[in-house]
Design a protein around this ligand. Structure first.
Ligand code: SF4
Ligand code: SF4
Length: 465
């Protein structure tokens, strides 16, 4: 089987052995409570319930009429106890709906819907109503991904089974346990966008999946779907890197995969799509990996969305005394969190409990201009120059060096001998640029209101938008 790859990238120690091949256990919070974030991807939602309301598992509890929003559903049946602001899994804070379970798990799913006989509009509405967002990390609303503009026809859908982040094994286990659902979800997504073919891409450290996935494809009778093997390399699971490896095509600067006729969906997102049609089930459960050397019993689990991490300790997760860091996500792109009081969200693919040995505590020193950060950048931008220009206050130059094209993969930080805080500075630079764009848009609106003249807001990348 031909091996696909992309230029750049790194190969950090995989550390998947902690949870490799461990079956996904279904677990429940010890407190019988969930804290469901009001918004988990897309535009901010509005509450559809009040304190004291009784809810069922699968009932919609927050939504927004904006087309870029994704509704949120209750993951257990019970009573709404509180609406309060909490720490979230991405390190920010946000409103959560606190629900106390009634122990009955009464379900109210949508009616089943045949994805191959319903209309495209009905199918897209089902994906939206199920509240499906990208489960690989980005949490972008899936119905939006599946609705590219007419002038951008989709020629291929790629199922992303690369799972290149060290430690994480939940996509691997989902592919082992739910291969049929993944292939079904892929066939549904392919039909919705009208693509003539679909690919399921995995890294070559998961060759054990080949017979399982081949069998599922064969059983489906779908001749449009085929498997692709990619070289194990980080960030292979990043959309742009995967497209580059598999299709040898580049997503334009500041563009999206649809610009080159492609849609990429994580394998767990595909399971959620299948469930939304076959069971009428919204996205209310989240499979994830619990790992790291400071965890006594690393495992793959599935929990009701909104389960607070602290409510799994110690019944489900035992921690060692040498714990120094809690990460939501993998070690390359994950977010460090101060405690375990946050709820597991739709895009939480793993929680890592790391000890001192696993945590890089080296302090930053002077850049030695070695160029390694440039060599490994799969986006072919120049992190060292971006950071230098940002430090000098030259936003225009930072943009020219590719600031807004950084996918924040962390490869540059991983290889930097001086431990320069490249990614943190790039993130800050991107935030500043986004605020500038927002201000420019406000000025445009004001100009339009004042005299009908609109000045063009430019992200500054010089590329296609
Ligand atoms: S890898 Fe680090 S030391 Fe080398 S050029 Fe980049 S920022 Fe400087
Ligand atoms: S500059 Fe951005 S995209 Fe390039 S290696 Fe660093 S974090 Fe990744």
């Amino acid at each position: 089987m031909k091996m696909h790859t992309f230029k750049g990238g790194v190969h950090p120690p995989e550390k998947k052995g902690f949870t490799a091949n461990k079956a996904i256990e279904s677990v429940y919070p010890s407190t019988n409570m969930v804290s469901i974030p009001l918004t988990m991807g897309g535009k901010p939602n509005e509450l559809l319930v009040s304190v004291g309301d009784t809810v069922t598992r699968g009932q919609k509890i927050a939504d927004n009429t904006d087309c870029l929003s994704a509704p949120v559903h209750s993951s257990i049946s019970g009573k709404v106890k509180k609406i309060e602001t909490k720490l979230l899994a991405d390190g920010s804070t946000g409103q959560c709906i606190i629900i106390e379970g009634d122990g009955q798990n009464i379900e109210s799913f949508m009616p089943k819907l045949d994805p191959f006989t319903c209309s495209k509009t009905e199918a897209l509405e089902r994906v939206r109503e199920a509240g499906i967002v990208g489960m690989g990390g980005a949490a972008f609303p899936t119905h939006v991904k599946l609705s590219p503009p007419k002038e951008k026809p989709i020629s291929v859908v790629i199922a992303n089974g690369a799972e290149c982040e060290p430690y994480l094994t939940i996509d691997d286990m989902t592919m082992q346990e739910r291969a049929t659902n993944i292939i079904d979800g892929l066939a549904i997504a392919t039909k919705i966008v009208g693509a003539p073919k679909a690919l399921l891409a995995i890294e070559d450290n998961k060759k054990h999946l080949l017979p399982i996935l081949n069998e599922a494809i064969e059983k489906s009778g779908n001749t449009e779907i085929s498997l692709v093997l990619t070289k194990t390399k980080y960030p292979q699971g990043g959309e742009k890197s995967l497209i580059k490896a598999v299709l040898k095509k580049e997503v334009p600067s500041c563009g999206i995969p649809a610009d080159i006729g492609c849609v990429v969906l994580n394998v767990n997102t595909l399971c959620a799509i299948s469930d939304a049609f076959r069971l009428g089930k919204p996205l209310i459960d989240r499979p994830l990996t619990i790992s790291g050397a400071a965890c006594e019993n690393p495992k793959n689990i599935v929990v009701p969305i909104g389960t607070v991490l602290a409510d799994l300790i110690p019944e489900t997760i035992s921690l060692k005394e040498d714990l120094v860091k809690i990460l939501s996500g993998g070690p390359m792109m994950g977010v460090s969190l101060p405690n375990t009081s946050f709820p597991i969200a739709k895009n939480t693919s793993g929680i890592l409990f790391l000890n001192k040995k696993e945590t890089d505590l080296t302090t930053e020193s002077q850049c030695i201009s070695c160029g390694r950060c440039i060599d490994v950048c799969s986006c072919r931008i120049t992190p060292v120059m971006i950071v230098k220009e940002l430090a000098a206050g030259n936003m225009a130059e930072a943009l020219r060096y590719g600031l807004m094209d950084c996918v924040e993969c962390g490869s540059c930080v991983y290889v930097c001998p001086a431990h320069v805080q490249l990614i943190q500075r790039i993130r800050t630079g991107k935030q500043i640029r986004r605020s500038e764009i927002a201000q420019e848009l406000q000025i445009q609106e004001k100009n339009l209101a004042d005299c009908g003249k609109v000045m063009e807001a430019d992200c500054g990348c010089g590329g296609d938008k």
